[in-house]
Design a protein around this ligand. Structure first.
Ligand code: SAM
Length: 320
């Protein structure tokens, strides 16, 4: 097992199936261009080999399928079925929800138990302004279908001061009434936001968010797993919400995350551009691949920071 001085090890792997996305969210994609893949993206078969090797080399036991938008790529079906057949303690999916209705049958057949849907607004006009693609009604229908087939659903919302902050109570009402855990993601200084005034203008701190919620609900902090990204709060008799507070309360000291990008690179930390290519190792016999992989994992673990400092790397390229 590879462990660092803080006792951190890799346990959760996020696999980006593609950098292509059917949205171009203003805080993620600066030029508004949708559906752009990374060059030399790996096949589903290669990514699955990568997962199996990382399970052996690093002790990965949880996988999150992400992107880009994982549902836009034809690789999705093969990857989902393949990863569900690997003995892992948890598999989850992060999606913008636009194609959930189309993928309902494969999701149901795969036995997947939970998904996170990214949804920043319940207002159709604002939806177009932020996502610059897709359609709100389709996402909401997709969420209802997932609940109907018994999946546990969480919703991720990025509160933006100039856009959707006023919708926080409505989003909470929507989620609480459906047994959905709403997770607010503090805006991160990633990609074009690293040195941009729009980060400062739009950032909403955990404190400001809690003050806003306190106008509508009474809540108390509740337990979260050791390596959870979210600080969680309970609203009595109604449900739970969480805040992923990269800036206000970074979780770096307990981070167990590793990322595999669609073009075959390992990233040990969101706040570091360092990366290691494993696309070539994947096709070697395990006895040759594993020692090489161990070396790269030591390097990736060394990239982990003590606090989130932001990075020019774009979320959609390395998997949010
Ligand atoms: N397309 C999928 C989706 O929408 O969930 C997966 C990829 S997306 C990059 C994953 C998450 O990252 C989304 O919830 C998105 O809102 C979030 N995200 C992207 N850029 C961000 C930023 N600068 N700060 C905070 N969250 C960000």
């Amino acid at each position: 097992m590879i462990v660092d001085k803080l006792g951190r090890r890799f346990r959760n792997l996020r696999v980006s199936l593609t950098a292509a996305c059917n949205y171009a969210c203003t805080y993620c994609v600066p030029d508004g261009k949708r559906l752009l893949k990374a060059t030399n993206e790996l096949s589903a078969t290669s990514l699955l080999k990568g997962v199996a090797l990382l399970q052996q080399a690093a002790g990965i036991d949880k996988v999150r399928i992400t992107g880009g938008e994982p549902l836009v790529t034809p690789k999705f079906d093969e990857f989902l079925l393949g990863v569900m057949s690997i003995p892992l303690s948890d598999v989850s999916l992060t999606t913008n929800g636009q194609l959930l209705l189309k993928k309902k049958d494969i999701i149901q057949a795969s036995g997947l138990k939970r998904i996170n849907v990214s949804l920043d607004t319940l207002n159709p006009v604002r939806f177009k302004q932020i996502a610059r693609g897709g359609d709100l009604k389709t996402v909401l229908n997709g969420i209802e279908e997932m609940l109907d087939i018994g999946l546990k659903v969480k919703i991720n919302m990025v509160p933006l001061r100039s856009q959707n902050l006023g919708e926080v109570p409505a989003m909470l009402d929507y989620c609480l009434s459906r047994g959905i855990e709403l997770r607010f993601i503090e805006l991160m200084r990633m990609g074009h936001l690293l040195h941009s005034a729009s980060f400062t203008n739009d950032f909403v701190s955990m404190e400001d968010l809690l003050n806003k919620i306190a106008d509508h609900y009474t809540f108390a902090r509740t337990d979260a797993p050791y390596d959870s990204t979210a600080v969680r709060y309970k609203i009595s008799d109604k449900g739970i919400f969480g805040i992923i507070a990269n800036e206000s309360e970074p979780f770096c000291r307990a981070c167990t995350r590793l990322r595999l990008s669609s073009d075959g690179y390992l990233y040990g930390c969101l706040s570091s551009a360092n990366k290691s290519y494993i696309g070539d190792l994947i096709n070697l016999p395990a006895h040759e691949a594993l020692p090489k992989l161990q070396g790269l994992l030591v390097k990736s673990l060394g990239d982990k920071k003590l606090s989130f400092q932001g990075e020019v790397t774009v979320m959609k390229l390395i998997g949010g």
